[in-house]
Design a protein around this ligand. Structure first.
Ligand SMILES: Cc1cc2nc3c(=O)[nH]c(=O)nc-3n(C[C@H](O)[C@H](O)[C@H](O)COP(=O)(O)OP(=O)(O)OC[C@H]3O[C@@H](n4cnc5c(N)ncnc54)[C@H](O)[C@@H]3O)c2cc1C
Length: 360
């Protein structure tokens, strides 16, 4: 279980809600819930104003287990106040969740008999797992007594860099999500980014366009992932349904994460992956291939946040990858001897961050 107060999520009080999300005359008393991060007390009205969702079509995502249309189940959280970082969530509880995800959903990996599609599912999860570990290493509680936070390069090495496959899977997941975002460019450009603050809204629209039509990104990486190669076999539709069910199962497991902040980011990022899957592989298992794309507001938020998390992870790994071994060597030579050789690491980080990584 979590050791830190820091694992709890600081939910927004009514007056922090963007204006269009507010429900008139609602709101809990300011002291009805103590924000456990030492930040101002926060009370949450779990009802989001349905007016806000008026122009967002209500549509379910077959890849995820949550009912994205049930606004009563939602609460509003400022992600900037709740950064993804070390929370102290370790031990059996955390391990059981990862075990459940890998054993129940990708049990045979890396068996050669496994079809491409199942390997893709495994790599997406492993890549997300790597990214979570990278963020823990990037923002770690170095000294609890002085509350000093900083980078933990040994952890980065021990959990991610030492295993070239985990780094590859991180890149893979990043490219997969990047492909989904670029594929949905027309939709994402038109989407309504309404926070009630005209300045923020204009800025968001401009940033979204910069991302979607970034010429450097487009020329460096015209097709980050080729989704057309999947589901081509005779049993493609059945396989898609099977994998959809497995991913829904993973999405449901996120509700069992016993640390609030980890659950927040776990659910958000799994929803982001589910959104990427929905964009790349149509809306339903088989019969609605040509149906126009429709996303929920939360799916768009999850998709962009996931891309941000993954790209930050790739950046950190790219920056530290080739030098971290020397740093750790100086700190504790014995840790490094057990790991990958220098040549391996250098070779690995020779990848451009936009390089295509095959899924075989
Ligand atoms: C959904 C979720 C979100 C979390 N978010 C946070 C968070 O925000 N902050 C925080 O401090 N903790 C978080 N945790 C806990 C964190 O992920 C670790 O479980 C915890 O730090 C203990 O790490 P560990 O070294 O025991 O190995 P774990 O990371 O728990 O890994 C368990 C096992 O999985 C395998 N494994 C590890 N990485 C990979 C990979 N990339 N690909 C394939 N297999 C792998 C290894 O065999 C490893 O022993 C989260 C856990 C979950 C389940």
């Amino acid at each position: 279980m979590c050791k830190l107060r820091d694992c709890s999520v600081c939910e927004c009080s009514e007056n922090e809600f963007p204006e269009p999300f507010r429900k008139p005359y609602s709101g809990l008393s300011p002291d009805s819930m103590m924000c456990q991060e030492g930040k101002p007390q926060a009370a949450v009205d779990k009802t989001l104003d349905s007016k806000v969702f008026k122009r967002w079509v209500e549509t379910d995502n077959p890849w995820t287990s949550d009912d994205e249309t049930d606004n009563n189940e939602m609460t509003y959280v400022n992600l900037q106040l709740n950064p993804e970082r070390y929370t102290g969530y370790t031990g059996d509880s955390a391990r059981r969740i990862w075990d459940a995800i890998y054993k129940e959903n990708c049990p045979k990996y890396p068996s050669e008999e496994l079809c491409h599609e199942k390997k893709v599912l495994y790599k997406l999860i492993s890549g997300l797992h790597s990214s979570i570990s990278v963020h823990i290493a990037y923002d770690y509680l170095l000294d609890e007594s002085t509350n000093s936070w900083g980078q933990n390069l040994s952890l980065l090495y021990d959990r991610v860099l030492k295993y070239p496959e985990r780094v590859q899977n991180l890149y893979f997941t990043y490219l997969f999500v990047l492909r989904a975002v670029t594929k949905a460019a027309d939709y994402l450009e038109q989407a309504e980014y309404n926070t009630g603050n005209p300045e923020d809204d204009l800025k968001t629209e401009s940033l979204v366009k910069q991302l979607l039509y970034n010429s450097q990104l487009r020329s460096a990486c015209p097709l980050p992932f080729d989704e057309a190669k999947l589901w081509q076999g005779e049993n493609g539709p059945e396989l898609k349904q099977e994998i959809q069910k497995q991913f829904r199962n993973i999405s449901a497991i996120m509700d069992c994460v016993g640390c609030e902040k980890c659950r927040l980011w776990g659910k958000l990022q799994v929803l982001g992956l589910g959104t990427a899957l929905k964009i790349l592989f149509s809306v339903d298992g088989d019969s609605h291939l040509n149906q126009p794309l429709q996303l929920q507001r939360n799916e768009v938020i999850a998709l962009f946040n996931l891309l941000n998390r993954l790209s930050e992870s790739v950046k950190f790994v790219h920056e530290k990858g080739s030098s971290v071994e020397e740093v750790i060597n100086e700190q504790s030579p014995s840790t490094v001897q057990k790991g990958a050789s220098k040549t391996n690491l250098k070779g690995l980080f020779g990848y451009s961050q936009y390089t295509w990584i095959g899924w075989d």
